[in-house]
Design a protein around this ligand. Structure first.
Ligand code: RIB
Ligand code: CA
Length: 307
């Protein structure tokens, strides 16, 4: 009997988020109990609107709860240059299913769903960590029933939002610090693997034949600026789902991770202490490499099962 792993996705769609959400919703091994939205790629209103449109298109009635409209401390600096002004340019989605939108704030909905779950919950944040930090700070009791936080974020080496910082962490570094300091088991699908999780031209060409989600992806990818058709499109957020569904794709190091908050040049950098210089106990399983060819096969197979 297949046991389904209960998860909550915290997201900022976002073109790569859209594919990650689809893969999770259509895989029988995952049970998506709730989707929460967070300001990141574009504004909270837009990412929430996009989430509701995605669920209508996918035909999945998962409850949605709106979260933080800005990072804990700084202003929101979005990624509309990558995803387009709407956050999901390129495809004509149906109107959102407003009935899926809960009145509850995301952290209250997460608290309820986590504490009600007979199975420990896995949180899958694929945007800035603002909601997760607020949840753990306001309702620390939820830690008792959280199995793991599997995030897309951070980098072992260089950044994509700053010289050394990855977008999700750099957008809300203080929130990231709260999460990495929380003591909750953490897995990190880093930028380093995201940069190698590529959809190449020969893959993109196959998408329209893979059903409605493949057709959606092919349209969105015309506008997606996370890479290019020619050099490969970066499926950052799908790496978090791949960690859950196909962990053998990754080389994983269990190590200590901290977040730089004071660096004038490096704020938002995830310091991944692979050599143990800081003499701190490991607090995260970090994806340090990925089999890119195997990822491409896994991604296409996963999109093809979204029917
Ligand atoms: O750095 C990649 C991350 O930033 C992804 O989650 C992408 O959706 C953007 O939010
Ligand atoms: Ca994202």
């Amino acid at each position: 009997m297949l046991t389904q792993r209960p998860i909550i996705i915290d997201t900022d769609p976002g073109i790569d988020d859209a594919l990650a959400i689809a893969i999770a919703l259509f895989d029988a091994r995952l049970d998506v109990k709730l989707i929460t939205t967070v300001a990141g790629n574009v504004s909270l209103e837009k990412v929430t609107y996009n989430t509701l449109r995605l669920l209508h298109f996918f035909g999945k009635d998962v409850p949605v709860a709106k979260g933080a409209y800005k990072p804990l401390i700084g202003p929101l600096v979005d990624a509309s240059d990558i995803h387009g002004p709407s956050g999901m340019e390129g495809f004509d989605f149906p109107e959102p299913k407003q009935k899926l939108l809960l009145e509850e704030h995301a952290i209250n909905a997460m608290r309820r769903v986590i504490l009600e779950s007979p199975e420990p919950m896995t949180l899958v944040p694929i945007g800035p960590l603002t909601n997760i930090a607020l949840l753990l700070s306001v309702y620390p009791e939820v830690k008792e029933n959280i199995r793991e936080i599997v995030m897309m974020g951070g980098s072992v080496t260089r950044g994509n939002k700053g010289v050394m910082s990855e977008f999700n962490i750099a957008t809300d570094p203080e929130a990231a610090k709260v999460v990495f300091d929380s003591g909750v088991p953490i897995a990190v699908a880093t930028l380093d693997v995201g940069l190698k999780a590529l959809v190449m031209p020969e893959d993109t060409a196959q998408l329209p034949a893979l059903g409605k989600v493949g057709q959606m992806a092919h349209c969105l990818f015309q506008k997606y600026r996370g890479g290019s058709f020619r050099t490969g499109l970066k499926m950052y957020d799908s790496c978090a789902m791949a960690y859950l569904l196909c962990p053998e794709l990754f080389q994983i190091a269990e190590t200590f991770v901290d977040v730089e908050l004071a660096g004038s040049l490096t704020k938002g950098c995830t310091v991944v202490d692979l050599k143990g210089y800081l003499h701190q106990p490991a607090n995260a399983k970090v994806c340090v490499d990925i089999d890119g060819e195997a990822f491409r096969k896994w991604f296409l197979k996963s999109v093809g099962q979204c029917v």
